[in-house]
Design a protein around this ligand. Structure first.
Ligand SMILES: Cc1cc2nc3c(=O)[nH]c(=O)nc-3n(C[C@H](O)[C@H](O)[C@H](O)COP(=O)(O)O)c2cc1C
Length: 167
């Protein structure tokens, strides 16, 4: 039986999690003074019926109280949009974001995919809150995807015969 009683060190946890390659999103919402966003890679698809997606939001993030139990839009970034990921991860000036009105909240102009979500439920996730949204509107374009692995940005090249053609 492995020893599961001692919590992992933050470094060990980061080292394991950094080997899990993800896409990169900017989650946008209607802030008090206009459109706002935060870079997030905790995004995952949860349910097809009803259509539900999940993001995990740090309690200490400015966006936390604006995302929990509020509408939001997940903007999946294309490979050429790394500067937007940096901009919304706390590096203002990295990019010049352009906004487009959305069904529920403003979204970024020209992301690889966008998913507008109405609030569904939220759950305690330790120092994060797990936020589920119900998909109410969405769209996508062609292009390569921005990725994040080994704590670095990368790219995944678009393929015409992905897993969605098998299932
Ligand atoms: C690749 C990447 C992924 C991130 N994923 C998340 C995430 O899933 N949840 C989160 O709360 N913060 C995440 N962050 C950190 C936030 O983007 C960062 O703390 C940002 O400044 C939050 O903005 P805010 O304080 O305006 O909400 C991520 C950062 C990077 C670079």
């Amino acid at each position: 039986m492995p020893d599961i009683l001692s919590p992992p060190s933050p470094g060990a946890l980061r080292a394991c999690m950094s080997r899990f390659a993800t896409g990169v999103t900017v989650v946008t919402y209607a802030g008090e003074d206009g459109p706002r966003g935060a870079t997030m890679n905790s995004f995952t698809s949860v349910s097809a019926d009803p259509a539900l997606v999940l993001i995990s939001v740090a309690r200490r993030a400015r966006s936390h109280d604006q995302l929990v139990d509020r509408p939001f839009c997940v903007n999946v970034l294309g490979a050429e949009q790394e500067a937007l990921a940096r901009q919304f991860a706390g590096a203002p000036g990295a990019a010049d974001p352009r906004w487009t009105p959305g069904a529920l909240v403003p979204r970024l102009d020209n992301p690889l995919a966008w998913i507008q979500c109405a609030p569904w439920r939220s759950y305690d996730g330790g120092d994060h809150t797990l936020v589920l949204g119900q998909v109410v509107d969405l769209g996508h374009r062609d292009g390569d995807a921005l990725t994040y692995a080994w704590s670095r940005f990368g790219a995944a090249v678009e393929s015409t015969d992905g897993i969605e053609h098998l299932i």
